[in-house]
Design a protein around this ligand. Sequence first.
Ligand code: SAM
Length: 378
Amino acid sequence: MMNSYITIIATAAMGLESIVAQEVKRLGYSEVNVENGKVRFEADIQAVIRCNLWLRSADRVKILIGEFEATSYDELFEQTKSLPWGDYIPEDGEFPVIGKSVKSKLYSVPDCQSIVKKAIVEKLKKQHGIAQWLPETGSLYRVEVALHKNKVELTLDSSGSGLHKRGYRYQQGDAPLKETLAAALIQLTNWHPDQPFYDLFCGSGTIPIEAALIGQNIAPGFNRSFVSEEWEWVSSEAWERGLEEAEDLANYDQPLAIYGSDIRHEMVEASKTNAFEAGLGDLIQWKQMQASDFASDQSIGYIVSNPPYGERLGDKKKIEETYKQLGTVLRDYPGWSIYMLTANEQFESLFGQKATKKRKLFNGFIKTDYYQYFGKRI
Ligand SMILES: C[S@@+](CC[C@H](N)C(=O)[O-])C[C@H]1O[C@@H](n2cnc3c(N)ncnc32)[C@H](O)[C@@H]1O
């Protein structure tokens, strides 16, 4: 099992699939298929470890155990039972089954879950030669049964908590950005770690922290654990290899010019705490500042921000005024590239300039646009 090829699925938020695919390719895996909400590719178990440690924009890394068509519970049961569950889940493994069903004849998720659970129990008893009771007192093997148009996909989750949980966010504001989305926003720019990078609405610091991790090539999962670290058939040497590689590839000597500012003093303090927890110490420069007070003597730089959207009635006017002021101030920086994620559809007219490019992205359930203004070559 350690050396054989498996199908790996990295799940992604809607709109981020192509970014995750690029990340997977950068890790050295080719033939990456992009599907809705996920990318899939074939590789060995070391790839599962490397993806958990390195993928910045993916939600989870899963292993495909089997896929087939099923329109009856009998089919679901028999085909699930025919898969080699015992190769993955040991005698004492805990294996809760979660599920989802979209446009499928078997639409009752609780029923699908319990059928799959029963089928796996039977298979494990047979494969492990146990007569009755499976104790489920060991490591966690979370199974997902996902039905889409009658096609069943059975996976094992190798991540545990979602990959956005890097382990550094101790403090957060009202509307923190998911770390995975923050990393995607940065990767959608052409920023190079030698160039100045600003977030003028930093909140709890997610964007600058992710930029620093990218800038020094630090694996985002380096400071957390994953359920598959406890799996019997994944050797601890394989994990050590993954961690050693992450240590070797980190470039702690890369100088950075990353700045985060926010109008609220307590958010600046929260950012400092989080950056410290991320192991970045004083690498990022934090400041309490009104966004429109931005000033720099550099002719080239990047601003990547997630400003308030002004969804609450009273806030709308205030934030729209901020967008206007920002547009006026940033006109004096034609060499700078500016990236703003907001749900405010009037952004371009308030900012006073049409974006070079726009990309639709979801921030949680909020439909947003990522407005991208490319700096002029000077
Ligand atoms: C949507 S939150 C940013 C969340 C952040 N990306 C995170 O992950 O925590 C917007 C932030 O903008 C700040 N803010 C609001 N008006 C501002 C202004 N005029 N200048 C600077 N910051 C402002 C708020 O205090 C808030 O922390």
